[in-house]
Design a protein around this ligand. Structure first.
Ligand code: HAM
Length: 442
């Protein structure tokens, strides 16, 4: 029975009290990305499993252990997306978007699914905002993506998130690095977990992000990829850093970042929030991917992008006391007494809504007293009471629930205008009060 009223482990309902915050964050992220030229794309929640195997990589934890994969009724292997990059790339290729003027810049907000051990900030269904840019190879593209990350945190008023930067080179330099890693980890074959023993042969870099405490302790002493970059990759990395420094965009180099997904080449980064107790929360991550589009059958263009976890972003914003816009509440509640007044109230709230006000009237057959109590509960800014008298006279009293001030409004086609005037005049008076208050403070 409890199953019917308990959400699956690792999932979370977004309740009405939080939905305005989510809408604000998503709107801000998409509009900030639009300033950099990104257009939103929406892709399916599930894809063919093969897409993630090929792009995210078969030796990653995401593909190996965390995917929600099932056979559909037509016998196809289907996977709920664990991230957005693969589906975005698939859709860009399939829909011919890469034939547009380069670079192509796309943004997204989507839900992702990973069968991970739920804990604070880690869910089995979570949401990502991200961007992907296709077709630009210059270091300026890397720097611009990191500039967008900073612009987002600035716009939302989030402080203390550090961009940690690294380069993991290209397939050419990776070969030498893999050899060095193999030689290093070969000394610890008696201690590595079974998955990492397999990785030692197939993809030793993946051992660096194993979550087992023993493997991660061993990984701390492993050779660092920055020492193995080829000349081109080292030069690219230097230029990314120079662009960021020149533009005053902060970052630190963290040579241990390798990311948990296989498609990356060259620049990788993570956005890390460290709380007062020193706990690190990775709020976002991304980087360049040189071979992914070609691997999926598209043109040989490079891509670069990042994604941030929205649950984590919201948590940091709430913990830091960041500002959110005030919630929209009812502008006008029209209470009514009797059937005739009820008809009129129904007509008037609809009129107000067409004119852009949030308006409500009684749907419960309540007494006037109970209606007013309800108006108070929902935070109505103004109320009107309609009875036989008001109908006869063709006018009613609009009352401000904040100041108690009243004004007579006609119940004809001047109704909305009168309400608009009153709301504007009180908003203006409120603004004047605020200005006076500021002056006094000075
Ligand atoms: P990722 O680092 O796997 O990268 O995920 C990006 C962000 O999603 C993380 O930094 C974190 O904030 C959030 N996240 C990941 N897993 C969870 C979880 N189980 N619960 C809550 N939040 C989570 C990617 O997904 C790449 N596709 C990013 C990218 C885009 N790279 C290039 N373009």
């Amino acid at each position: 029975m409890a199953l019917l009223t308990t959400a699956p482990r690792g999932t979370k309902d977004i309740l009405p009290r939080d939905s305005a915050k989510w809408q604000y964050i998503e709107r801000t992220l998409l509009t900030t990305a639009a300033l950099f030229g990104y257009k939103e794309m929406r892709v399916p929640t599930f894809e063919h499993t093969e897409l993630f195997n090929r792009s995210v990589g078969e030796t990653t934890d995401v593909v190996n252990k965390e995917m929600y994969t099932f056979q559909d009724k037509g016998g196809r292997s289907i996977t709920l997306r664990p991230e957005g990059t693969a589906g975005m790339a698939r859709a860009a290729i399939e829909n011919g978007l890469l034939g547009d003027a380069l670079p192509v810049k796309l943004s997204y907000v989507l839900s992702c699914f990973r069968y991970e051990k739920p804990q604070s900030g880690r869910f089995r269904e979570f949401h990502q905002f991200g961007v992907e840019m296709y077709g630009a190879t210059s270091p300026a593209a890397d720097a611009e993506v990191i500039a967008l990350v900073h612009e987002i945190y600035d716009t939302l008023g989030v402080e203390g998130i550090q961009v940690e930067l690294n380069s993991i080179g290209c397939p050419t330099c990776r070969k030498r690095y893999h050899e060095a890693l193999k030689a290093y980890f070969a000394q610890y074959t008696d201690q590595l977990c079974p998955t990492c023993l397999e990785r030692l042969e197939k993809n030793p870099m993946r051992i660096l992000d194993c979550k087992s405490p023993v493997c991660s302790a061993i990984a701390e002493g492993a050779p660092k990829v920055l020492d193995y970059l080829c000349e081109d990759c080292a030069d690219h990395f230097e230029q990314v850093k120079a662009l960021l420094t020149q533009a005053g965009i902060s970052y630190v180099v963290n040579p241990t970042i390798v990311r948990g997904l296989d498609y990356y080449t060259r620049t990788v980064f993570e956005c890390v929030f460290t709380d007062k107790e020193g706990n690190r929360l990775v709020c976002g991550g991304g980087g360049r991917y040189g071979g992914l589009l070609g691997e999926l059958g598209g043109p040989d263009y490079e891509g670069i992008g990042f994604a941030m976890g929205l649950e984590r972003l919201l948590k940091v914003m709430i913990d830091q006391g960041c500002d959110f816009p005030p919630e929209e509440t009812c502008d006008v509640y029209i209470a009514s007494m009797g059937d005739k007044a009820g008809l009129k109230a129904f007509q008037l709230v609809n009129l107000l809504r067409s004119d852009g006000f949030q308006a409500q009237s009684d749907l419960m057959g309540r007494s006037i007293k109970a209606q007013m109590k309800y108006a108070n509960k929902i935070g109505a800014k103004y109320t009107i009471v309609l009875g036989d008298n008001e109908l006869e006279q063709g006018e009613a009293t609009l009352k401000s629930m904040y100041s108690g001030s009243t004004r007579t409004v006609p119940l004809d086609d001047r109704f909305s205008d009168a309400i608009y005037e009153e709301i504007m005049s009180t908003a203006y008076a409120d603004l004047e009060d605020a200005m006076e208050h500021l002056e006094e403070k000075k």
